[in-house]
Ligand binder design. Structure first.
Ligand SMILES: [Zn+2]
Length: 419
C-alpha cells in the first residue's frame, strides 16, 4: 500500500476509536487529597447541647432563618441527592444516637468524620463542646459600625430583622465592655467599646473578625474625613455611611495591630433581597490598596462567587486571601474547580479550603450535612483543578501534592500563625 494512503487510513481509524475513559481526578492524587487533615477557614458549627439545655442559637449573628423565602439552588433543596448521601454518611444516618453517645464530644467527632483538624468557628461565642484548638473563634464585628439608630437603613423585612439582631449584639458588646450608655464622643466610643471588644475577642482566642456587611450594605468602603464621622456620631445628622466607614477602618487597623485577620462575606448571599452587585469583591479594591491597612490581612470568604474570576486579580494584593466555602455547598465540583484552578495558576499561597458548614434546615440539613457536602465537593474540585494542571503540563505530580497541602492546611497555618 502507498505509505501515504496507509498513514491516512491509520489516522481515520485512530480518530474513530473511542477515547479511553479518563477520570476527571487522578486516582493517586484523589487518595492523597482525601488523606490530608484540613484546616477549615470558615464554618458555623453548632454547639452540642445536653439534655435540658437550651438549643444553641449563637452559630451566626444573622441566622438564615430570619430571611424571607427565596428560590434555593437545586443542590441545597430538601431531598437533593447530595443531602441524602450526606445524611446517610454522617454517623451512619443516626445523628441523634451519636449525639447521645458522644455528648459534649459530638462536634469534635463530626470534624473527625470530615478529616478536618481545625475549624474556624464563625460564631457569636464558642462555649462548651467546641474546644480549642479543634475550633478557633471568629467573632462578628458589624454591630460596632452602627452605634446610632438604623431605622433609615432598613428597606426590606430581611434588613429589619438583621439590624435588630445587630442592635442586640451591640448591647452585648456594651455590657461586656462595662459601658452603660453611648459615650459622648466618637473617640471615647472607639476606645471604650470598639477597641475594648476587639481586645477582649483577641484575649479569648479569636483569630479573625468577621463582617457580614454585604447583608446590611454594600462593600464600597470609603475613606471619609473624621469630621464627617464625628458629626454624625454627635448629631445623628449628615452621612451615616461616613461614620460606618470610619469605624470600619478603625477596626481594620486594630485587627492588624492585634494580629487578627478581617473576614468578609464576599459573594452572593442568602435571601431574596440580597444585593449581589453590592457584594462584588472588586468594591474592596481601594481598601486593599490603602497603605495604612497593609498590616491587616483580608480574607474574602466564599471566593466572591459569582465574581470569582475578577477576584483572582485581587489576590495579587499582598494582604488579600480567598476561600472557596459556600461555593462548595451551592455549586457542583466542576464549576468550583474552574475558580480554584484560576487562583492556583496565579497565587496558590493565597487559596484556602473552607466549608461554611451551616445549620441551614436541621435536622436533615444540619451543619454536619452541609460540612459533608462542602468537604467532599471542595476536595473533588481541588482534585479536578490539579489533575487538569498536571495533564496540561503546568505542574508536576509532586507540585500537585504540595499545592493540595497548601490549600487544605499550610496556607491557613501560615496566615493564622497556627502550629
Ligand atoms: Zn458563613
Amino acid at each position: 500500500m502507498n505509505p501515504r494512503i496507509c498513514a491516512a487510513a491509520f489516522l481515520v481509524l485512530a480518530s474513530c476509536a473511542p477515547a479511553p475513559e479518563r477520570a476527571n481526578v487522578d486516582r493517586e492524587l484523589a487518595s492523597q487529597i482525601a488523606g490530608i487533615k484540613a484546616i477549615d477557614d470558615h464554618a458555623h458549627p453548632v454547639r452540642p447541647t445536653l439534655e435540658g439545655e437550651a438549643p444553641d442559637k449563637e452559630y451566626d449573628a444573622l441566622p438564615v432563618e430570619s430571611l424571607e423565602a427565596q428560590s434555593d439552588p437545586v443542590r441545597d433543596r430538601a431531598g437533593s441527592p447530595e443531602l441524602i448521601e450526606a445524611h446517610r454518611a454522617i454517623f451512619g444516618g443516626d445523628k441523634a444516637k451519636a449525639a447521645r453517645t458522644y455528648g459534649r464530644d459530638y462536634a469534635v467527632r463530626v470534624l473527625d468524620q470530615l478529616n478536618i483538624e481545625t475549624m474556624l468557628a464563625n460564631r457569636v461565642a464558642l462555649g462548651p463542646g467546641l474546644p480549642s484548638p479543634r475550633f478557633l473563634w471568629v467573632p462578628f464585628a458589624d454591630a460596632l459600625m452602627y452605634p446610632l439608630p438604623t431605622d433609615a437603613l432598613i428597606h426590606n423585612s430581611d434588613q429589619k430583622s438583621f439590624f435588630a439582631l445587630e442592635d442586640n449584639l451591640l448591647k452585648r458588646y456594651y455590657a461586656e465592655s462595662e459601658v452603660s450608655a453611648r459615650p459622648a464622643t466618637l473617640d471615647e466610643y472607639l476606645d471604650k467599646v470598639v477597641r475594648a471588644t476587639l481586645e477582649r475577642h483577641k484575649k479569648s482566642g479569636a483569630v479573625a473578625e468577621k463582617f457580614e456587611m454585604a447583608y446590611l450594605r454594600t462593600l464600597d468602603i470609603g475613606n471619609p474625613p473624621k469630621a464627617d464621622a464625628e458629626k454624625y456620631y454627635a448629631t445623628g445628622g449628615g452621612d451615616y455611611k461616613a461614620l460606618q466607614d470610619y469605624i470600619f477602618r478603625f477596626i481594620a487597623v486594630e485587627c492588624g495591630r492585634l494580629g487578627m485577620a478581617v473576614h468578609f462575606h464576599a459573594a452572593a448571599g442568602g435571601g431574596g433581597y440580597f444585593n449581589v452587585s453590592g457584594a462584588n469583591p472588586m468594591l474592596l479594591e481601594t481598601l486593599l490598596n490603602d497603605p495604612s491597612l497593609r498590616k491587616t490581612n483580608f480574607v474574602l470568604l466564599h471566593g466572591g462567587w459569582p465574581f470569582g474570576r475578577q477576584l483572582t486579580a485581587l489576590l495579587t494584593k499582598p494582604n488579600c486571601y480567598a476561600d472557596f466555602s459556600e461555593q462548595t455547598f451551592m455549586n457542583y465540583p466542576r464549576d468550583v474547580s474552574e475558580t480554584i484552578r484560576a487562583w492556583l495558576e496565579y497565587v496558590p499561597e493565597k487559596v484556602l479550603y473552607a466549608t461554611d458548614a451551616y445549620p441551614f434546615a436541621p435536622p436533615d440539613s444540619g451543619w454536619e450535612e452541609a460540612g459533608y457536602v462542602a468537604d467532599k465537593t471542595g476536595r473533588q474540585a481541588l482534585g479536578i483543578a490539579l489533575t487538569g494542571m498536571m495533564r496540561d503540563q503546568e505542574i508536576t505530580r509532586d507540585r500537585a501534592v504540595e499545592l493540595a497541602r497548601m490549600v487544605l492546611r499550610d496556607n491557613a497555618r501560615k496566615l493564622y500563625g497556627l502550629k
